[in-house]
Write a protein that binds this ligand. Structure first.
Ligand code: C2E
Ligand code: MG
Ligand code: MG
Ligand code: MG
Length: 284
């Protein structure tokens, strides 16, 4: 059962617990209703160049504007949507929304001409046979070039069924889309498989960033991943940077890009436009 938490009807979905049939059915119908009635929205978090702090891309992060419970983060519904399959249409919506938003920023300002976008994929979406067509369609409909889109997947999604994963990754690569491994270091990647996969970006999980300015073990781990990135010609991004001390440590370790509250929290499209055009800053 998803535990009932506070004022939110939906608790953090814990797959090790079983929701009652009733709870499951209710959440499913609420999610369906939400999709039909445009209750989802996408916020965008800047990813910056570690040296210059200039914004190179933004990551699309979905939210549910729940009519009763207010703005819900992904931990309240992604797990359930994954379990009941609604993640496929929801993920498709996020993908299409993000591509359309990128086109709209670009149309509004030359400052967005080289901006790129990152979209998270869930395991079920990654296994879905129509994924590659969905991605191609979203890009075509928005008029966005494939090279401007990076799809984020996790290690567990790759290692579960390596041959199928490989085929999907190569089909996406064929389109020209870039691929990132999200939350790197928290799963189990086999280095020999990693070498064979067309991965462009490694995103180092926040858990390695939290104490990197004070913990020599974290420095050693991040240093190793930076070396791995260099050896495999993959770019590195550090996630969850909140302080100048973390930033300078990671910059000195040669990490290419950074993401975190220090540079900007997830923000709405207007705030991102303002950030790009220098009209305003995102409050951190
Ligand atoms: P993620 O892809 O690893 O995204 C990074 C998460 O860390 C985001 O949480 C972001 O708001 C948060 N974050 C970024 N910088 C900082 C920081 O400096 N400090 C702290 N404390 N947190 C930071 P969010 O938006 O709650 O998303 C959580 C996860 O939900 C994402 O992790 C991703 O796995 C998933 N998710 C979000 N949007 C989507 C989506 O459209 N589709 C799918 N399948 N998953 C999504
Ligand atoms: Mg991500
Ligand atoms: Mg991550
Ligand atoms: Mg994460």
């Amino acid at each position: 059962a998803a535990k009932r938490a506070g004022r939110n009807g939906y608790a953090i979905f814990d797959p090790t617990m079983t929701m009652s049939v009733l709870e499951e059915a209710q959440l499913r119908s609420d999610l369906e209703h939400a999709l039909e009635h445009d209750e989802f929205l996408v916020l965008y978090q800047p990813v910056v160049d570690m040296q210059t702090q200039s914004v190179t891309s933004v990551e699309a992060l979905v939210r549910w504007e729940h009519p009763r419970d207010g703005l819900l983060g992904p931990y309240h519904f992604i797990g359930a949507a994954e379990a009941n399959g609604l993640i496929v249409p929801l993920g498709r919506w996020v993908l299409r929304e993000a591509c359309a938003q990128l086109a709209s920023w670009r149309a509004a300002s030359p400052a967005a001409a080289r901006l790129k976008i990152n979209v998270n994929l869930s395991a079920r979406q990654f296994q879905y046979a129509g994924l590659v067509d969905d991605v191609a369609q979203a890009l075509a409909d928005a008029g966005v070039d494939a090279g401007s889109l990076t799809l984020e997947i996790t290690e567990s999604m790759l290692m579960e069924d390596i041959e199928t994963a490989k085929r999907t990754l190569y089909a996406l690569r064929e389109l020209g889309v870039r691929l990132a491994i999200d939350d790197f270091g928290t799963g189990y990647s086999s280095l020999s498989y990693l070498k064979q996969l067309p991965v462009d970006v490694i995103k180092i999980d926040k858990t390695f960033v939290d104490d990197v300015h004070i913990d020599a073990d974290d420095v050693a781990l991040v240093d190793a991943v930076a070396g791995l990135g260099q050896a495999l010609k993959m770019q590195t991004v550090a996630e969850g940077i909140e302080t100048d001390a973390q930033w300078s440590t990671l910059r000195n370790l040669g990490i290419d890009h950074g993401q975190g509250y220090l540079f900007g929290k997830p923000a709405d499209p207007t705030q991102i436009h303002a950030l790009l055009t220098g009209v305003g800053a995102i409050s951190a």
